[in-house]
Design a binder for this molecule. Structure first.
Ligand SMILES: Nc1ncnc2c1ncn2[C@@H]1O[C@H](COP(=O)(O)OP(=O)(O)OP(=O)(O)O)[C@@H](O)[C@H]1O
Length: 333
């Protein structure tokens, strides 16, 4: 049996409203060389602040160091250097209080198959020392859509249900911070929506949410702040909208009535990228600060083409992510 996290806990409520939910300074992690593998600098001097109450996305390509970051906060990986504070508690010196302030939904679906969701929730609540009369087992199971499975063996739950049960487990001690590591992998659209409704509601009620996801649309829609890490280094950290507004890239798509075999010469060489699709669709990728859309349309008209449809697309988080990680990779190369 795992030792209770609540054991010998200081009953400290002094950190009821710290400014930062999570604060890391110069955090580094080097995995030592083993089994013929060289040592790995998984995190390199990362400093960032996750404000209290925010819905924060931590993004990065595979192997960027996201899980290492989360596992350090969870106490599963020991940092090499730097400082990390959760709810203003140092993760090493005030380990118990720090852990009580955070609920972590891990990537792996690691549930004991012979327990029911209700039993698993009760065991977890016990570990965190939540008094019986303060437990919210059924309320939380209901919120994640598992009320009717509360008494079924965990092994009979689908992948999506197990994932939602992990979210429920992470919330048993009502932590002010919820960390979700790839929570929607393998969860179908409807259940994903349900999960997000619940997490959004938690955030509205004040829970700080830290999310890692490969679904950038999801991060763009949900998260007010975004950090991007690449090769263990922080390459961006700001309000989602601020980061997007800095992207000087747009796409204009023009459908013409004529049938084209190639891009007319007159449309080339004006400081944007142009391509032809399906013989009648021209796409222009341009920087609004350098090229005006009116100029592109004027050139289309000079090419004696008749516009039958026209759409523009703003840069999204995926574009930003690709641009920043590519720029960073180029710097390293
Ligand atoms: N225990 C370990 N020992 C040695 N190297 C490790 C260990 N855990 C992770 N790494 C390496 O550290 C780097 C960062 O891994 P990490 O799992 O933190 O990345 P990630 O961003 O979470 O990736 P993913 O999106 O694929 O989960 C990778 O190169 C990985 O191979």
């Amino acid at each position: 049996m795992t030792a209770s996290i609540a054991q010998n806990e200081p009953k400290d409520t002094s950190n009821s409203t710290p400014k930062a939910a999570i604060e890391v300074k110069n955090l580094s992690k080097t995995y030592k060389s083993a089994y013929g593998q060289p040592e790995k600098h998984a995190l390199n001097d990362v400093s960032l602040t996750i404000p209290q109450g925010s819905f924060f996305a931590l993004l990065g390509p595979n192997g960027a160091g996201k899980s290492t970051f989360i596992n350090i906060l969870a106490g599963l990986v020991v940092k090499t250097s730097g400082e990390a504070r959760i709810w203003d508690y140092d993760i090493e010196d005030q380990m118990r209080a720090a852990r009580r302030s955070i609920g972590i939904v891990p990537q792996e679906l690691n549930l004991d198959p012979f327990f029911t969701p209700r039993e698993l929730m009760e065991v977890q609540a016990g570990l965190y020392g939540v008094p019986k009369n303060q437990r919210r087992t059924d309320e939380i199971l209901d919120a994640v859509g598992l009320a009717d499975k509360a008494s079924s063996y965990a092994r009979t739950l689908s992948g999506g249900m197990r994932r939602r049960l992990l979210v429920a487990k992470a919330m048993v001690h009502s932590p002010p911070i919820l960390v979700l590591d790839e929570p929607t992998a393998g969860v179908d659209i409807e259940l994903r929506m349900q999960l997000w409704d619940y997490v959004r509601e938690l955030n509205r009620q004040g829970t700080t949410v830290l999310l890692t996801t490969h679904y950038l649309e999801e991060a763009e829609e949900l998260c007010d702040k975004v950090a991007i890490i690449n090769h263990g280094r922080l390459v961006a950290c700001d309000e989602t909208q601020t980061l997007l507004s800095k992207m000087d890239a747009k796409e204009l798509s023009v459908t013409v009535s004529e049938t084209l075999s190639e891009v007319p010469d007159i449309l080339r060489g004006h400081g944007y990228k142009v391509a032809l699709h399906h013989n009648n669709q021209l796409s222009f990728q341009y920087s609004p600060s350098k090229v005006e859309i009116a100029k592109i349309l004027d050139l289309v008209s000079q090419a004696k083409l008749t516009v039958s449809d026209l759409t523009t697309k703003e840069s999204d988080l995926e574009d930003l992510f690709l641009q920043l990680t590519r720029e960073d990779n180029a710097k390293i190369a």
